[in-house]
Ligand binder design. Sequence first.
Ligand SMILES: [Fe+2]
Length: 381
Amino acid sequence: MAVTRFFLPTEIVAGAGSFAQLGKLVQPLGRRALVVGSPGRRGLLEMATANLAAAGVEAGLYAGVGHEPTLDVVETARAQAREMGAEVVIGIGGGSAMDAAKAAAGLYHQPGTVAEYHTGRKLDPRPGLPLVCVPTTAGTGAEVTKNAVLIDPARRIKESIRDDSWFARLAVLDPELTLSLPAAMTASTGADALCQAIESYVSIGAGPVSDPLAAEAVRLIGRSLERAVTRGDDLAARSDMLYGSLLAGMAMTNARLGAVHGLAHPLGARYHIAHGVLCGLLLPTVMDYNIDYATDRYARVAELLGLDVRGLGAKEAGQRGAAWVRELLARIGIPMQLGPLGVKEADFDGIIAESLQQSSLKHNPRPMQAEDVRAVLVQAL
Ligand SMILES: [Fe+2]
């Protein structure tokens, strides 16, 4: 058996109503906290600072995270944390808010600029501030991953900074916070979660510890994604989605991902298409492309999605699963072609070169050379 590693030092507090315990949970971690989030969730962020204050935690607020976590945003959040002498950083929101908070906390004591670490400068061994994550989307699983995906708009590069010390100390998952997420955002973030669950299940880095997490994520997301989109107030569906994205995050940070994510980062940075949209768009095409290289795994994915595949061969079952995923994602409004989103065949060489550098691509079950990446792009165009 191959030697695998699984590491997750994050305390997870989950369930409806858990957000109300935030102050009490953060209090042992520090007396001064910087809350990081986006302007659209200011009301929720202010509820958090009030809750912290009631527990004796002095809280500052940085509500400047946009749709993507840029280097500037992290630089500003880090400066604000330093200025107030923060002892803990709390990211509240989707992946962008959590990743911005994660990088601001992780780089708190590091001497260089954020841009230097984004271009490969090594981190000093000194850990940053403790991080707390409160997801308000069921998508990225950033509350249990050690990397922050940051965008450098000047270089049009989307790249992670990662370190074992960057895992959140605490994740608070309250499905009630996701009830108000609009249908389109529920669909795109949920498509990312479904993709992460499936990619980590078929990854060449998958193993006996990550497998049950990824499998349960596929099952929960498969049964509840459409319901969460069409009936946003269904707490049971929202709960399934939040647990599903959590479990997928736990699996993928250890097992890693695959070709969808290897392509999503270069495409996202170049065309400013939402990450979840790209993941959903590419997922069924990549499933079909991979099927001969992880046939039994894809057959199991089809079962986990709730399909009746009795009597089918493994390959046929896997193909049935890919077709079902394509139909599901189309039904919830995920576009299924890249061309209408502005992607140009003339850019393929650059996209391929960037995707070949992505570690996700190297964990795809089917080995991906330049011609393989091109084949997927042509298929999805
Ligand atoms: Fe993702």
